[in-house]
Design a protein around this ligand. Structure first.
Ligand SMILES: *[C@@H]1O[C@H](CO)[C@@H](O)[C@H](O)[C@H]1NC(C)=O
Ligand SMILES: *[C@@H]1O[C@H](CO)[C@@H](O)[C@H](O)[C@H]1NC(C)=O
Ligand SMILES: *[C@@H]1O[C@H](CO)[C@@H](O)[C@H](O)[C@H]1NC(C)=O
Ligand SMILES: *[C@@H]1O[C@H](CO)[C@@H](O)[C@H](O)[C@H]1NC(C)=O
Ligand SMILES: *[C@@H]1O[C@H](CO)[C@@H](O)[C@H](O)[C@H]1NC(C)=O
Length: 511
């Protein structure tokens, strides 16, 4: 961690008074991660697999012995395009393929949450997006991305929190490497702050021209377009590895503690200071007088940051049967790590959504928790789970399966591809390279940095184009089906609330 970062982290978590305003909003982002599992040996094991594969190639083992899938992997490993750092001024290499020529033409429909791409772009469906509308989004944007003929250019407006902007751009660059030449030209504005800002009620009526603005989360009253957050490529400041690695780690971790052997309470660890609802949650902790079936802990970020997040207690957090998800300043990055744990997620009614959560359903993937009566709600949820262990376990496992499969990096890239592709179709102007803009590529971003940032970039770098196309985007919801889907989710939540009320009524009647 460099000096700048150190000071920065102090500012974040140090709590000195004249930084209070920053603290409120900034703390939120940092502390939103409550968990993650880091298992080093897993990484090592993966590396060994990889090495073994190469040995086979070198040893010239005959192809007949290999399965088709491994042949196509081998073929690509021979034409990897690693980072090409040069001495002096770093330039963008010109040897990377500029066309996408997959040999595998199998295709499948993307997970259903991709349908929300159509919903998120609906506001512009009829009239399209003019340059004026795009410029309207500049007010809060951190940067503008321009893609022309497969190359990326950047107009930077203001610094983002930590390395959010850096890893978001890195992610888009990797998408360009995965599907070279496949994205149409486009220009887009990106805002790296937490909360949505394009409020629906300001853009009503036939002459409304809402600015299209990309960010990590939105809510039902806003038009902000949701995009995968930076942590999919790594969160350097908290030492959380790229998603692909974390997924492997959690999978390993899940094998270590069988569901029925896990601690039969609801676990949460994080920073309660970032939002009133979290402070409120702390009242539900176990005391000598009350047991709400919870075990709640405060994440000591000062201590963690001093230790460089080495321990971060990030490991061993899939040890409880139930894990609580609760929003911070906005949506929380911790969500996917919690949902991947095999534990039944107790999901406190949210205000915000990211790009994938809209595909998940209460009682199928998580257990809904009231936000206006958390303690009683949590107590009942745990009691229900411990009385229905098979059902609770299968809810936990359904969520893990969703996260492991529907949210693996292939699908994340496919989502980005379709979102940007559909978005680009709406542009009413010809995207042009801004005057004086420099080209961005993996080399210009990674070669100049050291430490964790560099490590995560190398780990998450796409080394060769995909051998297949992105999955096929499903058609939009017809309005009736969408309404039914939302109603079904509301119904399941209501069902749980009815059980809960009955449980407390029975209790007060002394049953
Ligand atoms: C090929 O794949 C099949 C089924 O997926 C598996 O049983 C077999 O062991 C594989 N063979 C090799 C050489 O990897
Ligand atoms: C909650 O209770 C446990 C057990 O008494 C304790 O270890 C923990 O520090 C408490 N958490 C908070 C946030 O007070
Ligand atoms: C990265 O670290 C190495 C070794 O400590 C050093 O030689 C190099 O100059 C550093 N590069 C940058 C960009 O800071
Ligand atoms: C939701 O519940 C209402 C009332 O119980 C019922 O009429 C409706 O059919 C349910 N909707 C769905 C989609 O299940
Ligand atoms: C409440 O009590 C009734 C009658 O004993 C019972 O049928 C019902 O299952 C109980 N409900 C809950 C949620 O415990």
């Amino acid at each position: 961690m460099n000096k700048d970062n150190e000071t920065y982290l102090k500012l974040f978590w140090g709590g000195s008074n004249h930084h209070k305003r920053c603290l409120l909003s900034k703390n939120a982002k940092v502390t939103t991660v409550t968990t993650a599992v880091i298992v080093l040996f897993c990484l090592v094991a993966t590396f060994c697999d990889f090495a073994a594969l190469n040995t086979y190639i070198i040893a010239g083992v005959s192809i007949e012995n290999q399965n088709l899938s491994s042949i196509s992997i081998d073929k690509h490993q021979e034409q990897e395009f690693p980072l090409e750092c040069t001495k002096g001024t770093q330039t963008c290499p010109r040897n990377y393929p500029t066309k996408h020529n997959p040999t595998n033409h199998n295709n499948h429909i993307c997970p259903s949450y991709f349908k929300w791409i159509h919903e998120d772009l609906k506001a512009w469906r009829e009239k399209g997006i003019t340059r004026e509308m795009l410029e309207g989004a500049r007010r809060t944007a951190n940067f503008k991305v321009v893609i022309v003929e497969g190359r990326l250019y950047l107009e930077k407006y203001k610094k983002s929190i930590q390395t959010r902007d850096v890893f978001t751009l890195w992610g888009i660059l990797q998408l360009l490497r995965l599907y070279p030449g496949k994205l149409p030209d486009l220009e887009l504005m990106f805002d790296c702050e937490d909360r949505p800002v394009i409020h629906l009620d300001k853009f009503q009526g036939p002459n409304a021209s809402p600015p299209p603005l990309f960010r990590y989360c939105s809510d039902q009253w806003s038009l902000d377009i949701v995009f995968p957050d930076w942590s999919f490529w790594g969160w350097a400041e908290t030492n959380i590895k790229p998603w692909k690695e974390v997924l492997k780690d959690i999978k390993e971790g899940n094998k270590r503690t069988k569901w029925k052997d896990r601690v039969p309470y609801a676990y949460w660890k994080g920073n309660p200071k970032v939002a009133a609802t979290r402070k409120n949650l702390m009242k539900c902790n176990v005391t000598s007088k009350n047991d709400w079936n919870t075990r709640l802990y405060v994440q000591d970020w000062d201590k963690e940051s001093n230790q460089g997040y080495k321990k971060s207690s990030l490991g061993n957090q899939c040890t409880h049967r139930y894990k609580i998800y609760i929003e911070g300043w906005a949506w929380s990055v911790s969500e996917k790590y919690i949902l991947a744990c095999d534990s039944m997620t107790l999901y406190v009614r949210p205000k915000y959504h990211d790009f994938f959560i809209r595909g998940m359903e209460p009682l199928q993937h998580y257990w809904p928790i009231r936000d206006d009566s958390k303690c009683t709600s949590l107590k009942f949820a745990v009691e229900w789970g411990n009385n229905h262990v098979d059902k609770a376990q299968s809810i936990g496992e359904a969520a893990s399966k969703f996260i492991q499969e529907d949210l693996d990096m292939n699908n994340v890239y496919s989502y980005m591809f379709h979102l940007l592709n559909e978005y680009a179709k709406l542009l009413k102007f010809k995207p042009t390279i801004p005057q004086g803009a420099i080209e961005f590529c993996s080399e210009t971003m990674a070669c100049g940095v050291n430490g964790t940032q560099r490590k995560f970039m190398e780990e998450s770098m796409v080394k060769f184009p995909s051998d297949s196309n992105p999955c096929t985007i499903p058609p939009p919801y017809d309005p009736l089906t969408l309404q039914e889907f939302l109603e079904r989710k509301e119904n399941s939540t209501r069902q749980v609330e009815i059980w809960e009320d009955e449980y407390w009524l029975n209790k007060s009647n002394g049953q």
